[in-house]
Ligand binder design. Structure first.
Ligand SMILES: Cc1ncc(COP(=O)(O)O)c(C=O)c1O
Length: 400
């Protein structure tokens, strides 16, 4: 791995006007390899929302045959990818978009085994699909979202993403039975995403007690989920075939991948390795995606102010969602201003040396959202820019 230094990136990007975004492919391939090792032999379905760039997604899928298929995030995105030749698409979140469902129905009729699979967790989702299908239409393939949350104290405390109402084995079997009874939908998959394990770093900086509590919760939750997921899969297989059982995310690859009931794991963020993935005890990744901002002002000798930079990540709204100054090392955001809409003041020792026209390198807190701010990603390998590829935004697409 070439060294990740301010000097090296400045030499590589000498001709590129900031602001710009980039992916360091050497770092991304190191992350990809580490993720494949952690997945314990299971294929990884790539989370498209965490890349949001076709050029990068294509490279990842071509890199290793264990990267198989995409976990997509909206139905229009899924159809757009299908139109551009991507196969093996599983839409991870339910849709109420009847226009897009109509288009999916046409795809399912044309190619029943290749059309995207869509997520359901209730009868209303099935009815929404059926409402766009003609009487003799080919069935649409669906995936049940099994809630992977951890329930403590008899269900009074619920930890995990608030998504699917299907939590118990009995509820999963009931929905599978409902799907079996309906000729216009076909059960193809079960997915359960344990966000409380995969998406929560268990070594939050400066918070040892909280870290210990998170690790205890994750241990118990993983044990409970492994049992419940296996039971749900076995019970559904009494009714019908269930070829795909998807689970996990970047933060849980070794745990989810080790479950016999799971046929594949999902992951995406670990390829870019944004800052929210810096705080896990189970693995460490190499920063692979960043953005550069130009310094445009020096309000005082100790502060260098960059243009733009206010690219906050979605989620809880706490400080961990702010972008982080990366290179030169030692820069800090301003406690009052954070990362601003038009300007981001930076302090810390290197700020004294920064001059107008210099550039600083930043990291986003999340992965794919970076691509909603930039038209293109500059791809770096060794000491060269080997390609410049459009992001979804650069292709005029803003799905979410
Ligand atoms: C359903 C689902 N699976 C998997 C993931 C994991 O993706 P990543 O590896 O990018 O964290 C997510 C992320 O939010 C998700 O919502």
């Amino acid at each position: 791995m070439p060294e990740q230094s301010h000097e090296r990136y400045e030499a590589i990007f000498e001709e590129v006007e900031a602001p710009f975004a980039f992916v360091d492919l050497d770092a991304m391939w190191a992350n990809a390899e580490a993720m494949l090792v952690r997945a314990a032999g299971k294929p990884i379905r790539v989370a498209s929302k965490s890349l949001r760039c076709r050029g990068v997604t294509e490279r990842v899928l071509a890199r290793d045959e264990r990267f198989q298929g995409l976990l997509t995030f909206t139905l229009p995105e899924t159809l757009w990818l299908a139109e551009r030749g991507f196969e093996n698409l599983l839409l991870a979140y339910p849709t109420a978009d009847s226009g897009a469902l109509g288009e999916l129905a046409l795809r399912s009729a044309a190619s029943p085994e290749k059309a995207p699979i869509v997520m359901v967790d209730c009868v209303e989702h099935l009815e929404a699909i059926e409402s766009v299908l003609g009487a003799d239409a080919a069935p649409v393939r669906v995936c049940i979202d099994l809630d992977a949350g951890w329930w403590a104290m008899g269900g009074r405390i619920k930890v995990g993403p608030k998504r699917s109402p299907v939590h118990t084995v009995a509820q999963a079997v009931e929905l599978a039975g409902e799907i079996e009874r309906r000729p216009q939908v076909e059960l193809a998959a079960l997915m359960s995403y344990e966000g409380q394990i995969a998406g929560v770093g268990d070594e939050p900086p400066g918070r040892r007690l909280r870290g210990a509590a998170i690790r205890a919760m994750q241990r118990r939750s993983a044990a409970e989920l492994a049992e419940r997921r296996a039971a749900a899969v076995a019970a559904i297989r009494e009714l019908t075939e269930l070829p795909i059982v998807n689970g996990g995310g970047t933060g849980s690859l070794e745990l989810t991948g080790a479950e016999d009931a799971v046929t594949e794991v999902a992951a995406g963020s670990g390829l870019y390795a944004p800052t929210l993935f810096d705080t896990y005890s189970r693995f460490s990744l190499t920063p692979a995606a960043g953005f550069a901002l130009p310094i445009v002002r020096k309000p005082t000798a100790g502060v260098a102010t960059a243009l733009g930079g206010g690219y906050l990540a979605s989620g809880s709204g706490d400080a961990s969602r702010l972008p982080s100054p990366w290179l030169p090392a030692g820069l800090e955001l301003d406690a009052e201003e954070g990362a601003g809409e038009v300007q981001t003041p930076l302090s810390g020792p290197p700020a004294r040396q920064l001059r107008i026209g210099d550039r600083v390198y930043m990291r986003h807190a999340k992965a794919g959202e970076l691509c909603e701010r930039f038209d293109a990603l500059h791809l770096v390998e060794g000491d060269e820019i080997v390609d410049v590829v459009p992001t979804y935004r650069g292709e005029g697409q803003t799905f979410l």
